[in-house]
Design a protein around this ligand. Structure first.
Ligand SMILES: Cc1ncc(COP(=O)(O)O)c(C=O)c1O
Length: 458
């Protein structure tokens, strides 16, 4: 073990905020050009980078009188800012009320309660200006409670100033000024803007990459200047992406935004735990995945720093829980073969139709089994396929109405693949031509529709 400086005795927990380690990334950085370092912010006492800005917002407000001794702090938070505020409130003697959206993990709420905070849970899927949003509720409580202070981390510029004063200089010093790329998830924008301002003042060519989520407005706004409400929809990733433009995001300092899916962010976080020993929060997976998606832009001598916002302990019931991952279809790699896709279908024998039957029989089968296509069989092999489109085409163009024979209306047989074939093989075999395919396993044939297959790839 390498020798490290022994820290001094601190006067209270707040003095331990900051000076977090930077750790080289090894296994997962092998195919990323240059050197990759992790700025691991869960070493802060509240286990996230937000301790830095929470303390700064409180101390700035104390200095200019917005926060009075014994007052109440009210903040809307995804949990981590609340944790930093809770530590400050405990040591400095304030009451703390946090408004949180109901998608935040229960662990985050329980941890805040453990530190004495009062929690108001608000619905996630409402617009920020809706009276029930966690933002509006915080504002309302602020107007109702005497001697209360609403830090408002989104628009309070003490947030990014904290990172300008501490996180940025630490990163510069730890890389001895060699940093070329800084990658970080963006929520309020405090971390990216504060760090970026400091690094760009030192070296304007340092590239700043912000990681965004699908469902958030940042990337499009940065690229086009348009705030597009069409970009906004519910997502699962916590802490990054927004449906507003917080004042703390200084878009002029950000060189590029990259979006990461909920699934890819979650899987990357799990990989970081297993391959680097870093048990990190959800958005950290997104940040690393974003870097991976952009790695082709890195020169061979790049020195990249990815900031990891928080610790994984707050996500044990979520991304580190296989059932939670499976319910959302995030563990696709566990469902690799077509055989696995039709598991449990033994009791549901394949429904077929004969080539010499009237199409009326097919319509009856569609209705009875709630299906949209049938393999056409001559008793021993598949000689064709009949879909709803075939039937409609026959009814509108043929003479014989519903008594026409299936043979006259059917298309080519569905492709048949072995159960050991992959989902991707299935997609390729279906292509744009077929609505379904036949999976041949030892016991029987089963049909997998395009809909079934695509549902697994979402
Ligand atoms: C887990 C997590 N990741 C990322 C962020 C984004 O950081 P910032 O708000 O500084 O942009 C936050 C902020 O709330 C967070 O809690």
């Amino acid at each position: 073990m390498m020798t490290r400086e022994i820290p001094p005795i601190y006067e209270n927990i707040l003095e331990t905020i900051g000076r977090t380690p930077m750790i080289r990334m090894n296994a997962l950085a092998k195919d990323i050009p240059g050197e990759v370092y992790a700025k691991v912010e869960y070493f802060n006492p509240g286990h996230s980078t937000k301790d830095r800005m929470a303390l700064k917002m409180v101390e700035d407000a104390e200095r200019d009188g917005r926060l009075k001794p014994g007052g109440t702090i009210i903040e809307c938070t995804s949990g981590n800012t609340g944790m930093g505020l809770a530590l400050a409130a405990v040591i400095k003697g304030y009451r703390l009320i946090c408004t949180m959206s109901d998608k935040q993990s229960k662990e985050k709420m329980d941890v805040l309660r453990a530190l004495g905070a009062e929690i108001h849970v608000c619905p996630t899927n409402v617009a920020p200006d809706h009276p029930d949003s966690y933002y509006s509720v915080a504002r309302r409580l602020n107007s109702e409670i005497a001697d209360s202070f609403f830090p408002n981390q989104y628009d309070n510029l003490s947030n990014r100033q904290a990172h300008y004063e501490s996180t940025g200089p630490e990163i510069w010093e730890q890389t001895q000024g060699r940093i070329t790329h800084f990658v970080v998830g963006v929520g309020t924008g405090g971390t990216i803007s504060g760090v970026a301002q400091f690094l760009k003042e030192k070296n304007p060519s340092v590239q700043i990459w912000g990681i965004d989520t699908y469902g958030s407005v940042f990337k499009k706004y940065h690229e086009t200047g348009e705030f597009d409400p069409q970009e906004i929809y519910g997502y699962i990733t916590e802490g990054i992406g927004e449906d507003i433009l917080p004042k703390n995001v200084d878009f002029s300092l950000i060189d590029k935004f990259e979006k990461v899916t909920d699934r890819d962010g979650a899987l990357a976080a799990r990989e970081l735990a297993r391959k680097e020993g870093l048990l990190l929060g959800y958005s950290c997976g997104s940040a690393f995945q974003g870097l991976r998606q952009l790695k082709h832009l890195l020169p061979p001598d790049a020195v990249t720093v990815v900031l990891f916002h928080d610790h994984g302990s707050r996500y044990v019931g979520k991304i580190y829980n296989d059932d939670w991952m499976r319910e959302r279809g995030f563990l696709r790699e566990e469902w690799k073969t077509l055989g696995e896709a039709v598991q449990g279908r033994a009791a549901r024998p394949l429904v077929t139709i004969g080539a010499e039957e009237p199409i009326n029989n097919a319509i009856v089968q569609f209705k009875r089994f709630g299906i949209s296509q049938l393999p056409v069989s001559d008793g021993s092999t598949y000689v064709g396929s009949l879909t709803e489109s075939h039937v409609i085409h026959a009814l509108t163009s043929g003479e014989g109405g519903i008594q026409q024979l299936v043979r006259t209306a059917m298309g080519a047989p569905f492709p048949t693949l072995p159960a050991t074939a992959s989902l991707l093989d299935g997609v390729k075999a279906m292509g744009e031509t077929f609505n379904a395919l036949i999976v041949r396993s030892q016991d029987a044939d089963h049909i997998v529709s395009k809909h079934d297959l695509l549902a697994q790839l979402a």
